[in-house]
Design a protein around this ligand. Structure first.
Ligand code: ZN
Length: 332
């Protein structure tokens, strides 16, 4: 067994370490760097790499990384785990989706693999990509609805069988697999181009930040990550699986007009709907109806906006058009 070297961390077999992937320095002299937790198993096996806070207003993944870190013992692991609790540090500090220090490459999840001589955030993406591509066997990118929305347990993956297997390995709570709408520009795209696999998982957002709800989101994400480790034999234990998986594509329904967004109170996440079913009404400042939002296809809602006051073009509803179903038999 050999040392695992990631950024500034050297973790001998059966040990853990903390450190950073360096990027550059900021004008005040402070370092821009990516904090990492490296847990290297006593025996060899795949490397599961987890990225949280690609978007700075999505801290659910940070909590999940802390939970996973607390529950792993490298002495009993076959393989390794790299946890990135906060990937986009300036965005996290500002609690904003993108890096406020960079107006030209604001959204980190659109600019992978980045550029060594590019804009500030492109350099961060590049420093991350180099390590990710070399070290990770599987990557999990954690997202949530952030400041603007709540998203229920949803995954996106390429249609490659190995990427689908990774999504299925998230376990019993995760049954919705959408076709990745970011075939380029994201960390999973870097993995795919390297002949490896990554998925995006979504859970949480502003409407779920009460103490119990935020903890629940962290727990469900952490349980999924630990289940992936069981599935690939990195840790002991019997993995769980969803009863079946629904596959499809996402439609982001944008507000057709500005006003007060009033979703139907009977709506439930990931409950089947029919094309044309009423999702929400938008009313003006006097309460008069301006527009209605209807289900664009048969499918289900997997996310809704956080604040009811909307501007034309705002994200309102995340809708999954269901196109297929995968049976449990392939994994059980
Ligand atoms: Zn995100």
């Amino acid at each position: 067994m050999t040392d695992l070297i990631v950024g500034s961390v050297t973790a001998p077999a059966g040990s853990r370490g903390r450190g950073v992937i360096p990027v550059t320095n900021l004008p005040g002299g402070r370092a821009l760097e990516i904090p990492i937790i490296v847990i290297n198993g006593a025996q060899s096996g795949p490397c599961i790499w987890v990225d949280a806070v690609i978007h700075g207003d999505e801290p659910e993944g940070t909590l999940a990384c802390h939970m996973v870190d607390a529950e792993l013992d490298p002495v009993h692991m076959r393989g390794s785990v790299v946890l990135v609790p906060v990937l986009n540090v300036p965005a996290y500090e500002a609690a904003q989706r993108g890096n406020p220090l960079d107006t030209f490459s604001y959204d980190l999840n659109r600019i992978y693999p980045g550029k060594a001589d590019g804009y500030l955030t492109e350099r961060l993406a590049h420093a991350h990509s180099v390590q990710l591509r070399e070290i990770a066997t599987y990557e999990i990118s954690i997202h949530s609805g952030g400041a603007h929305s709540y998203l229920s347990e949803t995954m996106s993956a390429t249609e490659n069988a190995k990427a689908i297997e990774l999504a299925q390995a998230m376990g019993k709570d995760w049954s919705l697999i959408l076709k990745s709408f970011l075939p380029k520009g994201s960390p999973p795209a870097v993995m795919f181009e390297a002949g490896k696999h990554g998925i995006t998982v979504e859970l949480g957002g502003r409407p779920a930040t009460s103490p119990s709800e935020f903890f629940r989101c962290g727990r469900v994400l952490a349980d999924g990550i630990l289940n992936v480790m069981r599935h690939y034999g990195v840790i002991d234990g019997q993995p769980t699986y969803a009863d079946r998986w629904l596959t499809g594509v996402q439609h982001a329904l944008l507000a057709p007009v500005s006003g007060l967004f009033l979703a139907e109170t009977s709506l439930e996440f990931q409950k089947p709907m029919q094309k044309g079913d009423l999702i929400a009404r938008i009313v003006d400042v006097y309460g008069d109806l301006l527009a209605e939002l209807h289900a664009p296809t048969d499918g289900m809602i997997f996310g809704l906006r956080a604040l009811p006051n909307v501007q034309t073009g705002d994200w309102c509803c995340f809708y999954a058009e269901i196109q297929g179903e995968l049976p449990k038999a392939s994994q059980a």
